[in-house]
Design a protein around this ligand. Sequence first.
Ligand SMILES: Nc1nc2c(ncn2[C@@H]2O[C@H](COP(=O)(O)OP(=O)(O)O)[C@@H](O)[C@H]2O)c(=O)[nH]1
Ligand SMILES: [Mg+2]
Length: 331
Amino acid sequence: MALNLTPEYFEADRKYRQARTPAEKLAALEEMLRTIPKHKASEKKQADLKRKIKELKEAGQQRAAKKSGAGVDPYSLPPQGAGQALLLGLPNCGKSSIVGRLTKAPVKITDFPYGTALPTPGMAYHEDVPIELVDLPPVAPESLLPALINAIRHTHIVLLVADLGLPSVLEDLEALIAALARHEITFDPPDEEDEGDYMRVGPKGLIVCNKCDLPGAMDTFAVLQELGPKYPEMLAVSAATGEGLAEMMHRLFIMLDVVRIYAKEPGKPADKEKPFVLPTNSTVGELARMIHKDLAENLKFARVWGSSSHSGQQVHTSHVLHDRDIVELHA
Ligand SMILES: Nc1nc2c(ncn2[C@@H]2O[C@H](COP(=O)(O)OP(=O)(O)O)[C@@H](O)[C@H]2O)c(=O)[nH]1
Ligand SMILES: [Mg+2]
């Protein structure tokens, strides 16, 4: 007898195969179990799914037990992918909705505040570049947790999420920026006159004005642009309709200041599936080192196809790479 699997099931199965974290896998498996047609022919498959869910949950509990024993900080989030962006904002501004729309992270979207209790990372994409988004519990600007400040100091980008549906959006945004400034987290471009300022390190920022689908929201956005902070830059988006989110991902890619490189073995086509992501101005030698230490040591020359050179031109290890170059390494 046929299993008669539904499109929903296939979608959940696809998510399962693409899942990168145990939490994403668990969410996809639960979705598969929920959508699999319940009849005799699917019993074995159902039992398989239940077993996998049980295993993942047990592994999760063990990890959690270990973590609590060692006092591990849930805000300690080593960046994954090409870079990391933390979503910061008041309750209900739509952080979880944005992360839920762009990643497979099992976020909780609620129409009541404080739905998100712990940082929840997920992988979003700008074209083929993975960028990690971290959904955070809502912040109270007057009392930012030390663990949160620490996470902000260690991330690449802070997304300040504002709610265009609130009359208080301008004051809320200013309060959040002021609260971060009290912890020396600022977003003004470095002032070249002041050398100390020039040395400043810290995350970049972007103000993400969410709920631009609401009536009058674009007028509010225009007011914010006029009267609000000049830095960081602002963007209007809607987690509900998806408007502006591709632009947001594109800006994150630009802010991360990276290039993607497709590696190629001699005589084979380039691996266009998974680019290597390196800081802008990286060289052929640095690419080789990223792939394998031995490769870097034994590298003789490379051939590059793409924007930075003629097709297949032979280059030295000090050659600077450009976004989307295809590189063939000869050891
Ligand atoms: N109209 C509209 N509502 C949204 C949008 N994004 C989120 N919401 C709603 O706002 C509420 C809070 O969303 P949630 O993502 O849980 O906010 P969080 O507390 O910042 O994580 C929910 O009722 C969402 O459906 C949006 O772009 N447009
Ligand atoms: Mg939330």
